[in-house]
Design a binder for this molecule. Structure first.
Ligand SMILES: C[S@@+](CC[C@H](N)C(=O)[O-])C[C@H]1O[C@@H](n2cnc3c(N)ncnc32)[C@H](O)[C@@H]1O
Length: 355
């Protein structure tokens, strides 16, 4: 069974501002790959958007890619945009977003479609994708690889680490092989993703402080009788932050090349956003701290909450999530003054050589 999708009913769209900031760092590479994007067997250029969620953060990159393709191939070039995500994804919000959002890429001759299957499988016909895009998605594993001390990979024991690392390597290999089949020769796949600082067991994602606080809050709630010891023990987030060596590892065997690879510190876009809104007189720093604490809790809730609490039945899961992320917001508010995240971002372009 694969992992649960992001929080539904448009909640991810509403609170995924940090992801939107991150995606922005891949646009230049996407435009460059779009200019060279080959058409598929029908004559249309297919853009695949791997891990699209509810679509809002795809609008800007898809618009940029469509404009670049048409600058080269002419304004009549037909384009298919295939948004892919897990079967439980809120595709209804995605299609309404594409149809109604003022920033939509929708124009005549552009055909949005969706695929509700895991990107660890081949999703589209062989040699049909002229351009790939994936933003803040391939850190998700296909499943929870096994038991974990704590909720986040960084607290794994040595034995747990080996099991998770092997599962993560197998997932990335499967992803790369599936894309190698789908891409048209000459096509590029642009990936923007959170990655690791450090190597092997000392690697960190930059979210460790928040995840440890979340784990403490969960343990306190178990102490308060709000979840069982078994539910606490099984709570784990199936995410993995890869090193440069891990990103490169399976490409050559799949017949792909790493055309561009760049790692840099992203920091904490939520912190930056909260502080850029601070009132010019600086009289309401409490308001800024509250806004920041809330944005940290909401952002983690919509992205990681569903998989963290997947073992709980509804409607208790929603009630536990509300209490848990309220406690997280309170903990963030209690310790203001420095950002809670130090994300590291990787932007890469994987190419399938032209024949
Ligand atoms: C953090 S969201 C990113 C969404 C969007 N690309 C963005 O930039 O905001 C990650 C998305 O990847 C999806 N995802 C995770 N594992 C997946 C898998 N195995 N197959 C397809 N989608 C997956 C999740 O359901 C989620 O919608």
């Amino acid at each position: 069974m694969s992992i649960p999708a992001m929080a539904g009913h448009g909640a991810y769209n509403e609170h995924a501002t940090a992801q939107a900031t991150a995606a922005g760092f891949g646009i230049d590479q996407l435009v460059a790959a779009a200019r060279a994007a080959p058409s598929g067997p029908t004559g249309a250029v297919t853009i695949a958007d791997y891990g699209a969620s509810q679509g809002r953060n795809s609008l800007r990159p898809m618009s940029a890619a469509i404009d670049a393709i048409r600058q080269v191939r002419g304004s009549a070039q037909e384009i298919v945009v295939a948004h892919t995500d897990l079967p439980d994804n809120d595709f209804s919000t995605l299609f309404h977003t594409v149809a109604d959002d003022p920033g939509s890429y929708l124009r005549p001759g552009v055909y949005p479609v969706a695929v509700g299957r895991s990107f660890y499988e081949q999703l589209l016909p062989t040699a049909s994708v002229g351009l790939g895009w994936s933003s803040i998605a391939v850190h998700w594993l296909s499943r929870t690889p096994g038991a974990l001390d704590g909720i986040w990979f960084a607290s794994a024991t040595a034995e747990q680490y080996d099991m998770w690392a092997a599962a993560a390597a197998a997932d990335w290999r499967a992803f790369v092989q599936a894309r190698a089949a789908e891409l048209v020769p000459g096509a590029g796949l642009v990936i923007v993703v959170g990655s690791a600082v450090g190597e092997a067991m000392s690697r960190r994602s930059g979210a460790e402080r928040a995840m440890a606080t979340l784990r403490d809050a969960l343990a306190a709630m178990a102490g308060d009788g709000l979840l069982s010891a078994g539910e606490l023990a099984s709570a784990a987030i199936p995410a993995w932050y890869r090193t440069a060596a891990e990103w490169h590892a399976p490409l050559a065997a799949a017949g792909l090349t790493m055309q561009h690879f760049e790692e840099f510190p992203l920091g904490d876009p939520l912190w930056d956003a909260a502080h850029s809104r601070q009132d010019p007189g600086g009289t309401d720093s409490g308001g800024v701290d509250r806004a920041y604490a809330l944005s940290v809790a909401q952002s983690l809730r919509v992205s990681f909450g569903p998989s963290l609490l997947a073992g709980l039945p509804e409607p208790r899961r929603s009630a536990v999530a509300t209490e848990l992320f309220d406690r997280l917001a309170a903990a963030v508010l209690d310790d203001p003054g420095r950002p809670w995240f130090q994300w590291q971002l990787t932007v890469m372009v994987i190419a399938k050589p032209a024949r």
